[in-house]
Every structure is written in structure tokens, then in C-alpha cells.
Design a protein around this ligand. Sequence first.
Ligand code: PLP
Length: 401
Amino acid sequence: MNADKFIVPVADRVANLPPYVFATVFGMKEQALAAGREVIDLGVGNPDGRAPDNVIAALNVALNDTSWNCHRYSTFRGLPRLREAIAAWYYNRFVVQLDADSQTLPLIGSKEGIANLMRAYLNPGDTVIVPTPCYPAYFGAVRLCEAEIVEIPLREENGFRPVLGEIPADVAQKARMLLLNYPNNPTGGVCDLAFYAEAVAWCRANKVILVSDIAYSELGFDPDDQPVSVLQVPGAMDVAIEFQSLSKSHNLAGWRVGFAVGGNEVIAALGRVKSNVDFSLFGGIQMAAVEALAGNQQICHDNRKKYEQRAKALVAGYGALGWQVPMPPATMYIWARIPRSYGDDDFRFISEVFEQTGVLLSPGSGFGEYGKGYCRTSLVVDQTGIERVLALLGQADIKWD
Ligand SMILES: Cc1ncc(COP(=O)(O)O)c(C=O)c1O
């Protein structure tokens, strides 16, 4: 019997998933590692920092708490204490008032929540407007619902914000969702409340759900101009839903914890899908998330500083090689046009860099049509790692300007 063969093919919606551009990149990395080569992976946005001590301590307390058995199934909508912590965090951070019970929902990471929201609202053939470059998981989530993606450009000259007025009327008319992500992965672009107000008005006029993903809201570098929430726009609750994650702000990526906030109806619809496919987060992680949200927020401050310093060091180092790249105002990424001699062939550029140095960058085309000709550097190594990266790049035979 052939163990590699299965007698039934996968469903069309899986067979039709777009090819995952990063699979090739991961393949390159695995081959190099198998050959015993040094690899420095700046491709994936996987935070290198440890989870905060107070959050780890809270998990330990929950694990050993005999008065409450966190090892059982949780409740579908998560623990009331976590929902209350989410609502309080939203108020403290954005002065947005939420009903903890009906307007918040803990998630097994925001990636899960975004995909399940699409299952709640998209019918086969529906249209989703995806400004790109974007977080690549959006593509698969839309396709799994057999819906169509219309990409619209995030251009550098517009601060990586979409020009909503340029969306063709026929697209606006058939669209069900508009995805916005600020601070933006991969570009580092940010937006303000005026932009959100415009987006809310556009979505309301076109009866489109505004899906706001603020996974990087705690990684804005300017202390006097911190990222905002779409729910700060008066009346946004009837058209917008917002997703937040503790992965980047609190170094909890592997713990899988995030949450959604929005109006009762949209949160209930998301909860309804979830209750059919999962059982909320592990209780111990929920109690740890309460601590992450309600306790000391020093980790967010430390991460902001850390990523800003790393970005500065790499921008300066790339500049010294002759590769001029802009300093991002937020996130844990540097988004840069590839050197001119490579034209738009971002894949050739990152492949040559990798072949010659073992430093892995992400090809811009993996982030959508409008990522072509760019590449992303994840700021996931410390100062010593950055020095090593720059030394390796300095020895490479690459035309940087
Ligand atoms: C823009 C964006 N949204 C959501 C996520 C997913 O976060 P989580 O770990 O909460 O699923 C990521 C992860 O990289 C991201 O970049």
C-alpha cells in the first residue's frame, strides 16, 4: 500500500488555494540548513523575545490552581474575566466603551478569528477588497470561502493607505468586506482617525464590512502619535469589526491568543461559527491573557523601543551598503524597494542574497500583486545578529543601489 496516496482528492476550495509563495522560501531555508550552512531567518515575523514573566507566572498559577480546573473545556465565548479585561484594555488604550459580554470575543490568535469571520459572512462568489501588499493569510482565508479577492494598491506615495475613491463602482457594489491593517504588515504604514472615518463612511455607503486588523497597534514608534482604533470613529460599531493580537505586543505568538471586538451582532456571528469549530482558548492561557492585558504593560514599551532600535540599525547598515531604505514608523518590519538592477524581480533578489549570505528576506510578491519589486526584513534578531547580517551582506557580491 502506498502511504503517500489517499483515495479521495481534497475539496475544490482546498485544491484552488493560491500557491503559498513562502513555501519556496521555506524550502530554500531547509535545504541550506540540511547542508549545514549558516542561516539567519529575517523572513518570518516570528518575535524572538520571551513572554513577560508576569504572564508566565499567571499561567503557572492557573495550571496549579486546585480551586478551579483550567484543564477542562473552556466556555465557547471564553472566560468572563478575559472578556472584561479586553473591554477594560480597550477603554484604557482607545477610550472605546465596549460591553464585555456581547462586544468582545477571545480568539485562538487573530488569524483564526479573521478566517472564521469570513466563514460567517462570505458566500461563494462574494468579493473581498484586499489592499496589498498585505498579511498573506488573508488570501487563503478568502479563498477557503470560495470568495473572490480584488486587490487594490497600497502605494508608498500615499503612505501605504488605499485611495478609496479609486475603487471602481462595480467592485464597491459587489464587495462584502474591506480589509484594513494599520500599522501595516509588511509596509509599516500607519493611519489616523481621519482615514478611519473616511473608511467607515465608504463602507457604510457601500454596505461593506470594514475588517480592521490592529495586530501591530502597540508597535508604533512615536510616543506622541500612537496608533488608533477604527472603533474610535463615532458610529463605527455598525459596520466595523476589529481584531487584536497579543502575539507581537506581548511576545505571545506561539500561545495563540487574540480577540475580536465590535457590535453585538457581528461578534455573535463570529462566535456562532467558532462554537461549531473550536472550544475557545485553553483556560490557563486565558488567565495569562488577563494578566497580559490588565497587568504591567512594560513589555509593549520595551518591544516598541527594541524594534525601533533594530530598524534604525538596519536602515543605517543597509544605507552604508548603498541600499537606501526608509525607516518605518511602526511594526517589526522594514519594507524596501529592491535594488534597481533587479527590476521587479524580488524573488531573484532575495534568492541571490540568500545564496551568497544565508540571510533570508521575504520576497515582496508573496504579499500580493502590489508587493512586487519589494522585500521585507523582519526585525527578529538582536544587535549582535544585526551586526552579523550586515557583515555578511557587506561581503556579498551584490549591486545594492
Ligand atoms: C497583520 C497581521 N494580522 C494578524 C496576524 C496573526 O496574528 P495571530 O498570531 O494573533 O494569529 C499577523 C501575524 O503575523 C499579522 O501580521
